[in-house]
Design a protein around this ligand. Structure first.
Ligand code: 5PN
Ligand code: ZN
Ligand code: ZN
Length: 270
């Protein structure tokens, strides 16, 4: 059986204010940060953890985040670099359903979609301050319909694309040999981080938005976009403990300092 391989798929970058990235701490000012997805070639099939943002969505709904994304930095573009098509992906795992983590799901219409049970429940009816985060509903026509029912608005035909087969999970789980999901709530209600065990190196622990950057971990400082900041700080501590326990290397979701050092596709970790 072939060894598991992990590819980091560059998804372009966005801008937020430093006070959003480092809540109540800053410094303020424009901070451009990367977004990326993780492709896992596994004996059970191909998994993608998060799918980045959709350029047109951000231009339409959050243009102040100044998206920079080439065609090569889209999900189809990154897969093409590996001579793969969207239909070659068997599973999509979403850490959570913020627009910068699920914008590429719409390309992966034949994959089974995995997420936390709670995340799928809450994203149809977010808190008012979560609306921008949960603004891209193209990952599920059913969720988009629920949202438009709640708001008593007509469903935008552009959102009626597809509803994948969902497989919802809760608790800390090994979903396939060497692929672990760890609950890290706070940023959202059903947020998952993912650890992948590999043959030739330390495990890779992808924090997703439970920890934007190395600096966030060093300062124990969460991002401002949080449903529950206290739970968020507990999740930061949990990630630190998990990394120590498993001797895992932490890979942060939006770290302008660390990202240049990550091996990007077509390079891989194994
Ligand atoms: C990158 C980014 N920008 C805005 C929001 C938001 O309102 O909730 C989460 C989020 C983001 O990750
Ligand atoms: Zn997020
Ligand atoms: Zn994010």
């Amino acid at each position: 059986m072939a060894d598991t391989k992990v590819y980091i798929l560059d998804g372009g970058s966005l801008v937020i204010d430093g006070f959003h990235a480092f809540w109540n701490r800053g410094p303020g000012g424009e901070l451009r940060f990367p977004t990326y997805s993780v492709l896992i070639e596994h004996e059970d099939g191909r998994y993608i953890f998060d799918t980045g943002y959709d350029y047109d969505h951000v231009q339409k709904v959050l243009p102040f985040e100044k998206p920079l994304q080439t065609k090569e930095q889209t999900i189809p573009g990154q897969l093409e670099k590996l001579n793969l098509k969207p239909s070659d992906v068997n599973y999509v795992i979403n850490s959570h359903y913020h627009f910068d983590h699920c914008g590429g799901n719409k390309h992966l219409t034949t994959a089974c979609t995995i997420c936390h049970t709670k995340e799928l429940e809450v994203c149809a009816c977010p808190q008012p301050f979560e609306m921008l985060g949960y603004s891209d509903l193209t990952f599920s026509s059913d969720v988009a319909k629920e949202r438009s029912d709640q708001l008593k608005t007509a469903l935008d035909p552009e959102l009626d694309i597809f509803t994948p087969t969902f497989e919802t999970v809760s608790g800390d789980q090994e979903i396939a040999k060497g692929i672990w999901l760890f609950e890290t709530p706070g940023h959202t209600a059903g947020h998952y981080s993912m650890m992948v065990e590999l043959k030739n190196r330390r495990p890779m622990l992808f924090t997703a938005d439970a920890c934007y950057s190395q600096k966030s971990m060093d300062m124990m400082c969460i991002a401002s976009f949080h449903l529950d900041p206290t739970a968020g700080v507990e999740s930061l501590k949990k990630l630190k403990t998990l990394a120590e326990k498993h001797d895992a290397e932490l890979f942060y979701s939006h770290d302008p300092d660390s990202f240049p050092n990550y091996v990007k596709a077509p390079g891989f970790y194994s």
